[in-house]
Design a protein around this ligand. Sequence first.
Ligand SMILES: [Fe+2]
Ligand SMILES: [Fe+2]
Length: 287
Amino acid sequence: MLLLEESDVVDGVCDGLVDAAENLGMFPEIARQIQQLSFKKMASIPDLEVIVSRDVALTARILRLANSPYYGGRRTVTALRHALVSIGYVDAVQISLALAMTSVLVRHPRSHLVMAHSARTAVIARELARHTRALEPPEAFVAGMLHDLGKVVLLEAVGQSYAEVLERPGLTEPERLAAERHLAHVDHAVLGEQCLKRWRFSCGTTLAVRNHHQPEMTHGLEGRPAFCADALIALADWVEHAYTDSGTSGLAAAIVAHPCNVPLEIDDARAVEAVDVIQTELSALSG
Ligand SMILES: [Fe+2]
Ligand SMILES: [Fe+2]
């Protein structure tokens, strides 16, 4: 008789859930096209413009971003080409990719439980990344935006019983992860990583997503900045919750003292600057 190991069961369940995510259109054609562009050495802004301009909602979100405090100049940008130029090609490809995916994810009926938090975490991760070498800011934006992708997949695949887990008050994060493994044999961090691996996202992004609730997994590789990506996303995730619960009071000092900051080494002055920018950016996002 063939005995299956626990890891075989998890792999099988995970593959099935990633298939389900694909069938639900969570990696849409436009995201696939933008990603293929990112692999081409000779591509440039006009190529990206051709793809993005086919999607009205995505175009509107790129324009809004180009006019946000982070990128915005003194003049309002109203043309897609100018928006992409002001963001810069490399950043624009990564950001368009994350926005193309979230445009689809937000259409799923209960994704509001996840996506507003994800959009704010993306902005925070990008700002924190400016003060570390853990991830490039656009990659941090993508990882922040997609770090809880596994939750949206579980909402769709498991349904109401998982929505109840997400909405249950007083549950700690380890308890929530355990509940996910009980319901689906896999937690949202591993599931998100498996989706992004299948869809050929970068190693830094997939690693950050997998370990965003256990960043100590890679602290043994301290000193190699690429492996601090998980600590950066874990810290951004924590900052989003802290900002939402208590605003900016004491936030800079808490960032400096946070265990995830050990490999990131954000100092007092940089933390104060980051909190200032985060406040401006998040106010603009909610406005
Ligand atoms: Fe998470
Ligand atoms: Fe999160």
